[in-house]
Structure formats: C-alpha cells, structure tokens
Design a protein around this ligand. Sequence first.
Ligand SMILES: NC(=O)C1=CN([C@@H]2O[C@H](COP(=O)(O)OP(=O)(O)OC[C@H]3O[C@@H](n4cnc5c(N)ncnc54)[C@H](OP(=O)(O)O)[C@@H]3O)[C@@H](O)[C@H]2O)C=CC1
Ligand SMILES: O=C([O-])CC(=O)C(=O)O
Length: 271
Amino acid sequence: MTVERIALVGFGAIGRAVFDLIADDNRLEIDQIVVPAELVQPIKEELAQRPNAALLTVSDHVSYDDRPDLIVECAGHSAIETHVLPGLKAGIPCMVVSIGALSEPGLPEQLEAAAQAGNTQVHLLSGAIGGIDALAAARVAGLDEVTYVGRKPPLGWLGTPAEEKLDLHNLKEKEIFFEGSARDAARLFPKNANVAATLSLAGIGLDKTKVKLYADPTVSENIHYYEAQGAFGFMGVTLKGKPLASNPKTSALTVYSVVRALKNRVQSVAI
Ligand SMILES: NC(=O)C1=CN([C@@H]2O[C@H](COP(=O)(O)OP(=O)(O)OC[C@H]3O[C@@H](n4cnc5c(N)ncnc54)[C@H](OP(=O)(O)O)[C@@H]3O)[C@@H](O)[C@H]2O)C=CC1
Ligand SMILES: O=C([O-])CC(=O)C(=O)O
C-alpha cells in the first residue's frame, strides 16, 4: 500500500475540511500542519481533543527533518512564497489551491523554476471550478476566446472593493461591479480570484481572459459560468457551488478537489 505523508499548509475552512474528510483513509497521513505562528498554540489545543491527531506536529514551518512526501497548500498567497517555493526546491511535490496568487507577475515562472530545480512538480488544483481538463486540452489546438462570469451572494463579496460600489447588505437584485481582464480581477479581488486565475492559466492567460463579477441576492450558491471557443469547438460550463459555512467566499467543491487529488496519488486507478 502506498502511504503519502503530507504537510498541510493552512488550517482554515479548506484545511480543516480536508483534514476531516481524509481522516479515515490510512493511505493519506497528515503528519504536519503548518499555520501562522500565532495560531500554533490554539490549533495544538484544538487538535489535542481529536483522537486521530496524536502524532501530528503543528508548526509555523514545514519540517524537512521529518520530510513529507507532499506539501498541500490551502492557506493563502503568502504561503506560496514561504512554504511552496522552498518545498519544491527541496524536491517535494506540492499541491496549490491559492491559484489567485499566481496572477502576481513572475510567480508562475518562480514556481516552475523551483519545481525544475527540485526535479519535482507543482500541481495546480482545479478548486471551485470544473472542466479544466477540457479547457487545457482545447488550448492545444488554439483558443480564440474565454469569458468567465462569477456570481455570488452579496455577503461573499464582503471585504472586497465591491463594497465601495454596492450596498451589499441591502441589495435587491443582481448587480455587476466588475468587468475587465482576469489580471485586473485578480489584482482587485485577490481572495476571490482563484477561478479567474485558474481559467486563465489553463486557457489564454490573464490579459485575454474576460471577466464579469456580480453580487446577486437571489442566489445562495457561488455560481461560476465560463465559455471558451477555439479550433476544438465550443464549451460552456456552469458550476453552482455551495459555499462552506465556515467561509462563504469558498465553495465546498474546492475541498473535494483537494481530496480527489490526494486520493488520486494513492489509488490504483486515478480519475
Ligand atoms: N482554487 C480555488 O478555486 C479556490 C481557492 N481558494 C483559496 O484557498 C485558500 C484557503 O481558503 P480558505 O480555507 O477558505 O481560507 P481561510 O481564511 O478559511 O483559511 C486560510 C488559513 O490559512 C492561514 N494562513 C494564511 N497564510 C498562511 C501561511 N503563510 N502559512 C500557513 N497558514 C497561513 C490563515 O491564517 P490567518 O487567518 O491568520 O491569515 C487561515 O487560518 C485561500 O487562498 C483562498 O483564496 C478558495 C476557494 C477556491
Ligand atoms: O467559489 C469559490 O470557492 C472561490 C471563488 O469564487 C474564487 O476564488 O474565484
């Protein structure tokens, strides 16, 4: 049996849910949880209450003494520089969920260089969106256009510049607050830019991918729609993702995409 020893970076909405969902799979062993320094003690205390957490370490850095087989990032943009780049350089494969971070100029190239230096691979997870396999395959033959429309309940946009344009607490109908390139969407809405960045990386890049963002009080899901056109034909994908109760900005599908990727590393058949 293949056992993967995992360092999980980030123990927020996604990290906790992944931890719980793989707890009873003895092929996937989370040995290390990496969190910001001020969270180390509270999370140690929280995990002390759990039966399956006796052997794991909680720290603000990845331990290479007890070398993990895999680093899984579900923390945020800073964790890519602090934990993923060094992990790759040390030859440890990494999975990344904070894809919005890759809209920072130079970071995709740094990831690629780090993975080359460590002779390993960084896996950018599909997260809250689907059809990335088809979009990336379609790119082989050439894509003419990719357009993404993101629509979330108003509270999913709290803490973003959407607040300056819309009264999110009293919205009566669907309102658009952003139209532009995926690059500008990622700059202005870094915590909500993961899907736009994922589509850009799989498709025609941040500058050519067109984005529209809406707050919509009539919906309870995070609704992602995109269409792509090219030599392969046409595709249109709608995903109505239920938000996580612990973080309404994040669709639950993101958690399942991490679990799927982890299981694919240890299963005899990967799908
Ligand atoms: N690819 C996709 O489709 C999606 C990606 N995401 C991305 O996934 C990431 C996690 O999302 P979610 O779990 O909902 O967010 P949460 O805010 O619930 O959790 C993130 C946790 O990671 C911690 N953290 C931040 N920086 C670091 C670091 N350098 N090292 C270790 N821990 C760190 C945060 O601590 P603190 O709060 O103290 O900063 C927080 O506890 C985000 O970047 C989000 O944008 C989310 C949804 C979809
Ligand atoms: O739906 C989600 O989980 C996340 C999202 O919109 C994004 O970051 O693009």
